[in-house]
Design a protein around this ligand. Structure first.
Ligand SMILES: C[S@@+](CC[C@H](N)C(=O)[O-])C[C@H]1O[C@@H](n2cnc3c(N)ncnc32)[C@H](O)[C@@H]1O
Length: 213
């Protein structure tokens, strides 16, 4: 019996670049929690936004903003909702002026919903973003059930390929809300709050800001 092997990230990315179909899913409770944490009237950057579910809901509550998504299918679905979403690879901001302009324009808040683990330039991005507040949503490896089932390694593989580094260069494991906060703080996002999740949940939503909130 052959064992399912996680493809390396570049192989996965090549597949994403050609993905024309992207299933539309409703906003679940976790994504709703992100939307609730976005102040009305804010200018939002939704990074790797899929079909733009979060951005769309934010705009519905009076925000404006932009998104970026690598899959043609996701970007098109978002554009068909009237959203300002660029089809593009976040990691190419160094060589692609359009991506650079979108990523590092001025925003009030940037959303990284279930995508940081895919981004090899995440450390440069957080360093160069022109935003005061970031919301990160991702799985929480310290969740007791994952630990119990030894499930962590499977989806930490991409993290190993593309490590999180503190501003000083040290690699850290993002295995808890505290670790996310430490990563953010090293880039100046000194104030943070875990909005949802952690050890007792499978995922975590962390808000980090340069400004006390
Ligand atoms: C798990 S989905 C999350 C989608 C959306 N943020 C949400 O919460 O509904 C991860 C998304 O990241 C996108 N993605 C992965 N690598 C990317 C890259 N380098 N540039 C832009 N988008 C990327 C994928 O195509 C996918 O839409």
């Amino acid at each position: 019996m052959s064992e399912k092997v996680t493809p390396d990230y570049e192989t996965h990315k090549e597949e994403l670049r050609h993905r024309t179909k992207y299933p539309e899913k409703p906003l679940n409770k976790r994504l709703q929690a992100i939307v609730s944490a976005i102040p009305a009237q804010s200018k939002v950057l939704d990074v790797a936004c899929g079909t733009g579910r979060v951005l769309h809901a934010a705009i519905d509550k009076g925000c404006r903003g932009r998104g970026i998504e690598i899959t043609p299918g996701g970007a098109l679905a978002a554009q068909q909702k009237g959203l300002d979403v660029l089809e593009g690879d976040v990691d190419t901001f160094d060589e692609n002026a359009e991506v650079h302009e979108l990523m590092f324009a001025e925003y009030d808040i940037a959303i990284f919903s279930k995508c940081l683990m895919y981004l090899k330039t995440k450390n440069q991005i957080i360093d160069q973003l022109n935003v005061d507040t970031i919301i990160v949503f991702q799985k929480c490896p310290s969740y007791w059930k994952f630990r119990l089932n030894n499930e962590r390694a499977k989806w930490l593989e991409y993290d190993k390929e593309k490590p999180y580094r503190l501003k000083g260069g040290e690699i850290i494991a993002i295995d808890s809300p505290k670790a996310v906060a430490r990563w953010g703080a090293s880039y100046g996002y000194a104030y943070s709050k875990c909005l949802r999740g952690g050890f007792w949940h499978g995922s975590m939503i962390i808000k980090m800001s340069r400004i006390r909130f």
